[in-house]
Design a protein around this ligand. Structure first.
Ligand SMILES: NC(=O)c1ccc[n+]([C@@H]2O[C@H](COP(=O)([O-])OP(=O)(O)OC[C@H]3O[C@@H](n4cnc5c(N)ncnc54)[C@H](OP(=O)(O)O)[C@@H]3O)[C@@H](O)[C@H]2O)c1
Length: 327
């Protein structure tokens, strides 16, 4: 089958660790094949995430698991002919709690082959029905970046309609999702971006105001959604009202900024981590999109064979929304 795989780890040049070409299709019962109870999805579309670049750099993907099919996000057709999305969080079969809190969970492409391929195997419980209102390309954007933004906003941030939320790094997959979902839910969404064109596009998506990276805000906000890390952390803490919440899901620019503990305790800030989302949250996100007309922001659509071009653009930060690959 055609697949995009990490075949080595290259911390400095992740694209050098990528191979797009023929790969063995997983076979049940074969060594390393899908475990019992897993089902096959023939993918129609997949979307790229920063996670794929981290994997190519070797972050979270040790050498003994290589080669590994990349990809967390996908939508396709199962063996019964049903149109489905795949929930990318694979928890232990014995785990009874919420999937994201299982200490042994993994994401597709960390321990099990991912979605940048013609087919993927997942636990049967990880399938979510795709509503007819969404195209395969749109559905393939939801399980990672959009689910992460949904959980950050509606589960972790503790905000309510009318509150103000600042989203750092307006152009990213998580950030564009947060703008669209936040605006749809009645939040006042402010964004920052290094790029004026991206600020303009964020306003067109529903942001109420857009600021240059690091710019002083006209007033303090109730919550900040952080995925940039080192480059924006100090600004995020300064932007919060006393008692406000910063929700962190990533650290694209590095994860060792000063913690600014004095500001955290004096302003009684809440620093809250967030990772992916549960299957229940994904189901709700899908229904929200179907019912409201909210749709993922798609930067570009490429064939799977051009995965390298899509990943190169993600690496350059040269995207607005999601890069989708069709299979
Ligand atoms: N915890 C989770 O479950 C989870 C899920 C999804 C993503 N993540 C993480 O969240 C991060 C974002 O993911 P994504 O898929 O949205 O990535 P993305 O689409 O590549 O977006 C990254 C955005 O970050 C901003 N940025 C990058 N470097 C920057 C810098 N040096 N200074 C200021 N801004 C910078 C850029 O915004 P501007 O160009 O507009 O400034 C860029 O658009 C990644 O680190 C990813 O691993 C975590």
């Amino acid at each position: 089958m055609l697949a995009a795989r990490a075949v080595r780890a290259d911390p400095h040049d992740p694209l050098a660790a990528l191979e797009v070409g023929d790969a063995p299709a997983p076979e049940p019962g074969a060594p390393g094949g899908p475990p019992p109870g897993w089902v096959r999805v023939r993918l129609r579309a997949a979307s790229l995430n920063h996670h794929d670049l981290w994997s190519l750099r070797g972050v979270g993907l040790p050498a003994e698991r290589l080669p590994m099919v990349l990809g967390c996000d996908g939508a396709g057709v199962d063996e019964q002919g049903r149109e489905v999305l795949v929930h990318a969080v694979v928890s232990d079969p014995a785990w009874a709690g919420e999937e994201t809190e299982d200490p042994r969970r993994s994401l597709l492409s960390e321990r099990h082959p991912g979605t940048l391929a013609e087919q993927v195997w997942v636990p049967a419980r990880n399938l979510v029905p795709k509503p007819a209102e969404l195209t395969f390309e749109e559905a393939a954007c939801l399980p990672t970046a959009w689910l992460t933004a949904y959980r950050m906003l509606f589960t972790r941030a503790g905000v309510h309609p009318g509150d103000t939320v600042l989203v750092q790094g307006a152009g990213g997959g998580v950030a564009t999702a947060a703008v669209v979902l936040g605006a749809a839910a009645g939040l006042r969404v402010w964004v920052t971006s290094r790029d004026e064109a991206k600020r303009e596009r964020a306003l067109a998506l529903g942001a109420s105001a857009a600021f240059a990276a690091g710019e002083r805000l006209p007033e303090r906000v109730d919550a900040v959604l952080e995925s940039v890390g080192h480059a924006t952390w100090a600004h995020s803490l300064r932007a919060l009202r006393p008692g406000g919440t910063v929700v962190v899901c990533g650290a694209t620019s590095g994860d060792a900024p000063p913690a600014e503990l004095t500001r955290v305790f004096f302003a009684q800030l809440r620093v809250v981590g967030s990772t992916m989302g549960s299957r229940v949250e994904l189901d709700r996100l899908v229904r929200l999109c179907a019912a409201t007309g909210v749709r993922p922001v798609i930067d570009s659509v490429l064939p799977l064979a051009q995965a390298a071009e899509g990943l190169r653009r993600l690496q350059r930060g040269d995207v607005f929304g999601k890069v989708v690959l069709t299979v």
